[in-house]
Design a protein around this ligand. Structure first.
Ligand SMILES: Cc1cc2nc3c(=O)[nH]c(=O)nc-3n(C[C@H](O)[C@H](O)[C@H](O)COP(=O)(O)O)c2cc1C
Length: 250
């Protein structure tokens, strides 16, 4: 297991080779063994293989090539639809149309997704997450026919790798690990923790190409700008509302 975890790299080029149904079913089983809130399993996984649907998903995911190329596209959703139906069929009135319930489903979906990713990698498959799921969730809802009480949270593209990228860098453990209580960072800590990342040859190249001064500016002015973050936040909040997770009347 440690080998699988420590060798993870996102894969963005896939062979045409299909993923066998037996392997897929084992991966789904591994996904379903993830912990979930109250064992309610308030998530769902939509596995898309059809060319026409993948083409539509590709558009929604900002035309990222791997969506068309990967044999499988798995969309993980926060899903109270099934659970609410079960409650109502069993004379129980669900109160799961609020933001906490959305978060509950989203957490379940993400834990299942990471189990799914590791299981796939243990079978020699490659995966890449797609953050674009929450940017264009409204489009994905319509493409995948998601009913009320279902919201897409993340996507994995999956298939046999046709590339072996270098392991990507990570910050030193001190950046994410706090003993006993949170120890806030001094300016020196920040310099030390980001030193290695900032010294990578790729960093210098990207900063220079973009005619910027620092790597942080790549994030704030190119990759994840305030404007985009606000625009996509508002769209996603609308989706959560329309799918029925914003009722806070008691
Ligand atoms: C929630 C999430 C969303 C991501 N979205 C994208 C994406 O839209 N496109 C992409 O190429 N990579 C995406 N990635 C992959 C990250 O870029 C990648 O995990 C990170 O650069 C570290 O590289 P590694 O996974 O190879 O270790 C995403 C990863 C996560 C966890």
């Amino acid at each position: 297991m440690m080998d699988t975890i420590l060798n993870h790299r996102s894969i963005r080029k896939f062979k045409e080779q299909a993923v066998g149904e037996e392997v897929l079913q084992k991966i789904i089983e591994a996904s379903s063994r993830a912990s979930t809130t109250g064992n309610m399993q308030v998530y769902s996984i939509i596995v898309t293989q059809e060319h026409i649907l993948k083409e539509k998903l590709w558009e929604a995911h900002f035309k990222q090539n791997m969506v068309k190329q990967a044999p499988l596209v798995l969309t993980f959703c926060a899903d109270f639809n099934r659970f609410n139906k079960w409650c109502r069929q069993r004379k129980a009135e669900p109160g799961y149309d609020n933001f906490l319930s959305y978060m509950t489903g989203a957490i379940d979906a993400l834990l299942a997704a990471q189990n799914c990713a590791l299981a796939a990698e243990s079978f020699g498959l490659g995966i890449c997450y797609l953050g674009t799921t929450i940017y264009n969730a409204d489009q994905i809802i319509s493409i995948l026919n998601l009913p009320h009480s279902v919201v897409p949270v993340t996507t994995l593209v999956m298939g046999y790798p046709d590339e072996t990228p270098e392991l990507s860098d990570r910050l030193p453990a001190g950046a994410i690990y706090h003993k006993e209580q949170y120890h806030d960072f001094t300016a020196n800590d920040i310099d030390r923790l980001y030193e290695e990342k900032e010294k990578l040859p790729l960093t210098a190249k990207v900063v220079e190409e973009n005619k910027l001064e620092t790597l942080a500016q790549i994030f704030t002015t190119r990759r994840y700008t305030k404007k985009d973050n606000v625009d996509f936040s508002l769209r996603y909040l609308k989706v959560i509302h329309c799918q029925g997770f914003m009722n806070h009347e008691k």
